[in-house]
Design a protein around this ligand. Structure first.
Ligand code: SAM
Ligand code: SF4
Length: 372
């Protein structure tokens, strides 16, 4: 069995191909060389998961981080504190792997909320097991959730996630809604020939319940390295599939660094093709591959083993946790984080227009090991 992703990689330090140093005298905050400022922190709580989505994890063989390598609750609280109190972080998203598999999740959220009463804290989850935890999470101080759900058909769901847990996910979404963890966003990745035909049905389901559905273009972050540009469903295809049943108009609200391009949705009259009735809600499309938004990216990422990744597609990581464990003080940790973000690449380089030659190099970590 070959060792899969999520494991130790060649890393920074001596010989790093990022020679640029952050000049002294710049304003505080997580600035980069291209004038962007990271204010949105994505922090992964674990690399483990109870599903095995084909576009993310392999069926088996992923090498997990050791318990020792993963940030403790106290380390998470310290790192978030640095980000918020010293470096201008204004919102936090907890992710993974699957955050719900972490036994101390409620305590982590409670501690974060105690330290940061006004910080928006959201969580991306597959919702398996959320029905039993939603109330506690809300009480602990979680602001809202995003749930990943790619299919409403049991068989398709099981094929995509390699687990028969659709009922549990639906129960989790309902419980979250009842607990007040809204507005709920639903994330869906479309796979050609598997769930792409379901896109209008997923949207109708979400609109009926008042959830905001966001379609995410599949990115080359799967542990199986099965992604191909030819096979991926593009944003323009998604808009076309939805347009058969719905009229989409650009949402006039400011995008403000959000990855999703939002559209207001109305029914389309089959007879005239014109919009009918009121606006039903909105749908988002996250076109990371074909219409990237790197120029306005505001994210800084911390993996479950405390590495800073300035971009999902970074091949460079900065070991913040190692430095913290070596006894570094807050000044040194902040400086390190700022240096890491200063080196953020201008763009991820996936947005080829051609379908053939492809010099894009997939990162070592799969999505579950980065924290999406
Ligand atoms: N387990 C949680 C979940 O699935 O919501 C949180 C972690 S998951 C890595 C975060 C998000 O990344 C999910 O919405 C998932 O659909 C998305 N994702 C995973 N692999 C992806 C890929 N190759 N391309 C695009 N999105 C992906
Ligand atoms: Fe797990 Fe989320 Fe990856 Fe699916 S997308 S395998 S639920 S981490």
């Amino acid at each position: 069995m070959s060792v899969q992703l999520g494991m130790p990689r060649p890393r920074i330090g001596v010989g790093s191909p990022v020679p640029l140093r952050r000049p002294p005298g710049l304003p505080a905050g997580l600035l980069d060389r291209f004038g962007r400022r990271a204010t949105d922190m994505r922090l992964s709580l674990t690399d483990k998961c109870n599903l095995r989505c084909t576009y993310c994890m392999p069926a088996e063989g992923l090498q997990w981080l050791t318990k020792q390598a993963v940030m403790t609750a106290d380390e998470i609280v310290r790192i978030v504190g640095l980000g918020v109190d010293r470096l201008g972080v204004r919102e936090l998203r907890l992710t993974g792997g699957e955050p719900l598999v972490r036994a101390d999740l409620v305590d982590i959220i409670g501690s974060l909320r105690q330290q940061h009463p006004d910080l928006p804290i959201s969580m991306t989850t597959n919702a398996v097991g959320l029905d039993g935890k939603a109330k506690q999470l809300k009480q602990a101080g979680l602001t809202r959730i995003n749930v990943s759900l790619d299919s409403l058909h049991e068989e398709t769901f099981a094929k995509l996630t390699r687990r028969p847990f659709l009922d549990r996910v639906l129960a989790g979404v309902e419980a979250a809604d009842a607990a007040g963890l809204g507005p709920i966003k639903i994330n869906a990745v479309l796979m050609r020939g598997i769930n792409d035909a379901e896109s209008p049905g997923l949207l109708a389901w979400a609109l009926e319940r008042g959830y905001e559905l966001r379609f995410i273009e599949q990115m080359p972050l799967d542990a199986d390295h099965g992604w191909t540009r030819r096979e991926m469903i593009t944003a323009s295809e998604i808009r076309e599939m939805l347009a058969e049943y719905f009229v989409l108009r650009p949402d006039p609200r400011e995008r403000s660094g959000a990855p999703a391009e939002r559209f207001q949705v109305q029914h389309r009259s089959p007879a005239t093709g014109e919009p009918v009735g009121a606006v039903l809600g909105t749908v988002g499309i996250i076109a990371s591959v074909t219409e990237p938004f790197c120029a306005d990216c505001r994210r800084t990422r911390i993996t479950a083993d405390g590495k800073i990744m300035s971009c999902l597609f970074s091949r460079e990581e900065f070991d913040l946790l190692g430095l913290l464990r070596s006894g570094a003080d807050d000044d040194e940790l902040s400086r390190r984080w700022q240096e890491a973000m200063w080196a953020k690449p201008k763009a991820h380089g996936m947005d080829h227009t051609g379908l053939e030659a492809d010099d894009f190099v997939q990162p070592d970590r799969s999505m579950s090991a980065i924290g999406g």
